[in-house]
Design a protein. Structure first.
Length: 152
């Protein structure tokens, strides 16, 4: 049994200690917005925040969570910047198939929280490792710039 805090709520989960956080979120807690992509922390689909830092949940065992605060895509709209990112994604039709977008949104939100006026180079660096098989990278960059110039 593990006591974890997800999206501001204390939860108790029954899981083996090496079960990845991704599967605890999806299977035990029914938070299915975080996606399984590669299972090797290479694609970014499984990105969540662990104590505010974007983290690949597919390789983080539940035993490593401890008392760290976990935030998922289901909660990101409660963050001002996260809400703006989701709005920009919709306004600019960023997703194509949408599968990777929860991880993309988590990474973009973290970027804009840390750097409210990112350059193209900043965006490329922050978003690297978040793979979009549909190739929506130009729309992602456009959405990030839109948020930076219109509201920050």
């Amino acid at each position: 049994m593990f006591n974890i805090r997800v999206n501001g709520v204390a939860r108790t989960v029954d899981a083996v200690e090496d079960k990845p956080l991704l599967w605890v979120l999806r299977e035990n807690l029914k938070l299915t917005g975080t996606k399984f992509g590669c299972g090797q922390a290479l694609c970014g689909s499984c990105t969540v925040y662990v104590d505010g830092q974007p983290t690949r949940s597919c390789v983080m065992p539940i035993k490593a969570v401890g008392d760290k605060d976990i935030r998922t895509i289901e909660d990101i709209s409660n963050e001002h910047i996260g809400n703006l990112v989701q709005q920009a994604w919709q306004e600019l039709n960023v997703p194509q198939c949408g599968y990777c977008q929860s991880g993309q949104i988590m990474a973009a939100t973290a970027l804009l929280i840390d750097n409210p006026s990112p350059t193209d180079q900043d965006i490329d660096k922050a978003m690297s490792g978040n793979i979009c098989r549909c190739g929506t990278y130009p729309r992602i960059r456009k959405a990030i710039h839109k948020i930076a110039t219109e509201q920050l």
